[in-house]
Design a protein around this ligand. Structure first.
Ligand code: ADP
Ligand code: AMP
Length: 223
């Protein structure tokens, strides 16, 4: 099961990728999470990533392509992967195709989460996650069942992303519109683009994605 979840910041890619990871045992490869880990480590890449992310801009294609190529060769990707946040430019999409061909595999489906831009600002400014396990929550739409205690791991500390503020969100949306949305026709032409209603509630979006995975034959390989 090699799939991409595509959509603007806040569309619900991470939320759904984590659910798919649980259900199908295929890892979520989130380039934003990888970059945040680099920022935390204080590496040179992390320092560059911090500047770029705070500005709501995109990291250079070659760095991101290399990061993903290394990641998909790890043993936990043997049954496939769920890409979240990659590709974000046409150059990344093309590089992904040729890397998969080189590794003897291909994409099964690209799933676009369709959402209203105004709803995204509300989603992003209300987003927070468990500091221990990374489970995602939202002030209005999805709080833990016991207030202040993570449903997934029982953790009691939560954090918010530095770039989840209204000013940066606008730049990130613009980057999506100008650099990422143009990828959609590329996958449409390839016949592997599917759309789901990202405005539906979280369970309904999961249901629609499952339906797409079945129809696209993405579950046939045992994942
Ligand atoms: P992305 O990974 O695409 O940036 P997230 O999965 O982090 O987006 O979702 C952004 C925020 O919106 C999170 O706080 C999440 O809990 C919430 N959210 C995700 N999907 C939905 C949905 N279908 N309805 C309402 N809120 C949602
Ligand atoms: P995300 O967690 O997907 O919202 O990504 C957070 C930030 O990381 C983005 O705003 C970009 O600055 C950077 N980033 C993540 N993935 C990529 C990518 N594939 N290409 C370029 N920049 C990326």
């Amino acid at each position: 099961m090699n799939i991409i979840l595509l959509g603007p910041p806040g569309a619900g890619k991470g939320t759904q990728a984590k659910r798919l990871e649980q259900t199908y045992g295929v890892p979520q490869l989130a380039t934003g999470d990888m970059l945040r880990a680099a920022v935390k480590s204080g590496s040179e890449l992390g320092q560059q990533a911090k500047r770029v992310m705070d500005a709501g801009e995109l990291m250079p294609d070659d760095l991101m392509v290399q990061m993903i190529e290394e990641r998909i060769q790890q043993p936990d990707c043997a049954k496939g992967f769920i890409l979240d946040g990659f590709p974000r430019t046409t150059a990344q999409a093309e590089a992904l195709d040729s890397m998969l061909t080189r590794h003897g595999t291909k994409l099964d489906a690209v799933i676009e989460l369709k959402v209203d831009e105004e709803a995204l600002v509300r989603r992003i400014t209300g987003r927070y996650s468990c500091a221990k396990c990374g489970a995602g929550y939202h002030d209005e739409f999805h709080n833990p069942q016991t207030p202040g205690v993570c449903d997934a791991c029982g953790g009691t500390e939560f954090r918010r992303r530095d770039d989840d503020n209204e000013a940066t969100v606008r730049s990130r949306m613009e980057a999506y519109r100008e650099q990422t949305a143009p990828i959609l026709p590329y996958y449409e032409t390839a016949g592997i683009l599917w759309r789901v209603d990202g405005m539906a509630d979280i369970d309904e979006v999961t249901r629609q994605i499952d339906d797409v995975l079945r129809r696209a034959g993405a579950l046939d390989g045992g994942a």
